[in-house]
Design a protein around this ligand. Structure first.
Ligand SMILES: Cc1ncc(COP(=O)(O)O)c(C=O)c1O
Length: 371
């Protein structure tokens, strides 16, 4: 049997469409920097998610920082964040000078626990960042109401949720601002990239100034607010437009791949899938919980299969080092493993991976029996 080539946990996917579009753009003498192609991509994203306004920024970390800054979050304020998320969610809060307040997650969907979020609200709290992890969601209307009742901003970090909805409405469109990421491992990518969507015209207009040094319009030196340079490039936008055309197919394929894994691993009692409604959720990564994620990752690597452990509990990071009890995050971080998840995966590759995982647990059980 030929040796199995290494299956990466994630890889970007582009083809002649992107190559031709970028080449054509360069041949046309485009100015590379943010201009008409970025506008075109923003329009496509706004239409796809059903938001009034969209602005593209260099990545999905700066989008969060910009959203917080535009909403006036600063030193002395508190922002509620989940303990289980990608570190960027929390770092963005710190960049504004505000204090992140960690809250544990709900075991059913790995998003903020509602009751704990409610308890964490104090007069200094100004915003809640709801991270819809891997396209999953809590009962979002409860968070919308909670934010309204307490006069807080609800910001959605939907970096992992492009292509996912809740009750038919795209994730990222429930709060005042929603953020997406287009970094390499995302369902579509521009190498790097992020988008902010909103229906709030005032926030959008302020964002446009903020991302352009605070000035009133391109090229002017009329600085109205303190801003930064968070502009995108048309070169990436041209690439992104081609990726957008592939999104619907990828959404479908990601769901098929998830089902193939569920089917392939259904008889292994040690493998736990997180409840997932595939009508709404497009799993970005295939995520499972297993007794020993390090050991399984090692075994998979020996068999040419890439995987990646879940994020660590963030309150424990040396630069946060916050005391507290976050039992669900602790459990999830220890036991969670991401399996190969690219929409490029072939059915036979998923079968190979599932067979290897079955074999791993078979070997474990026979070793245990033999002493
Ligand atoms: C939940 C979450 N927030 C923010 C980010 C940061 O996005 P970017 O890598 O585009 O800066 C990521 C990236 O994976 C993420 O998963």
């Amino acid at each position: 049997m030929p040796k199995q080539k290494f299956i990466s946990q994630m890889e970007p996917w582009y083809d002649d469409n992107e190559i031709e579009a970028v080449t054509e753009y360069l041949k046309s003498g485009g100015w590379i920097t943010e201009f008409k192609k970025t506008r075109e991509l923003e329009q496509m994203i706004a239409e796809y998610v059903g938001a009034k306004f969209c602005s593209i920024l260099p990545n999905g970390t700066l989008t969060l920082w910009a959203a917080l800054a535009v909403l006036g979050i600063s030193k002395g304020d508190e922002v509620i964040v989940p303990d289980y998320t990608m570190v960027a969610t929390v770092n963005a809060v710190v960049l504004t000078g505000a204090r992140p307040v960690f809250v544990d997650i709900d075991r059913k969907n790995l998003c903020l626990d509602f009751d704990l979020t409610k308890k964490a609200i104090i007069p200094k709290t100004k915003a809640i960042i709801l991270v819809t992890i891997n396209g999953r969601y809590p009962k979002i209307e409860r968070f919308v109401k909670l934010a309204e009742e307490n006069n807080l901003y609800l910001i959605e970090d939907a970096a992992q949720s492009f292509g996912s909805a809740y009750k038919g409405k795209h994730l990222g469109t429930f709060g005042i601002m929603g953020s997406y990421s287009f970094s390499m491992p995302k369902i579509i990518t521009m190498g790097q990239g992020g988008a902010l969507v909103t229906d709030n015209e005032q926030a959008y207009k302020k964002l446009l100034k903020f991302k352009d040094f605070g000035r009133s319009g391109g090229g002017s030196d009329d600085y109205e607010i303190l801003g930064c340079n968070l502009k995108f490039t048309d070169l990436q936008a041209v690439f992104g437009i081609e990726q957008m055309k592939k999104l619907e197919w990828r959404v479908k394929r990601k769901k098929e791949i998830y089902k193939l894994y569920q089917e392939g691993l259904k008889d292994i009692k040690e493998v736990e899938f997180i409840p997932t409604n595939l009508e709404d959720t497009t799993p970005w990564f295939i995520d499972i919980l297993v007794p020993d994620s390090d050991d399984l990752a090692e075994y998979l690597k020996e068999n040419n299969i890439g995987s990646r452990k879940f994020y660590p509990a963030l309150h424990n990071l040396p630069f946060y080092n916050i005391e507290g009890d976050f039992p669900i995050t602790a459990y999830i971080s220890e036991h969670g493993l991401w399996l190969p998840s690219s929409s490029k995966l072939q059915d036979e590759e998923v079968k190979y991976i599932c067979d290897k995982i079955k074999n791993y647990f078979y070997l474990k059980s026979t070793n245990n029996k033999n002493g």
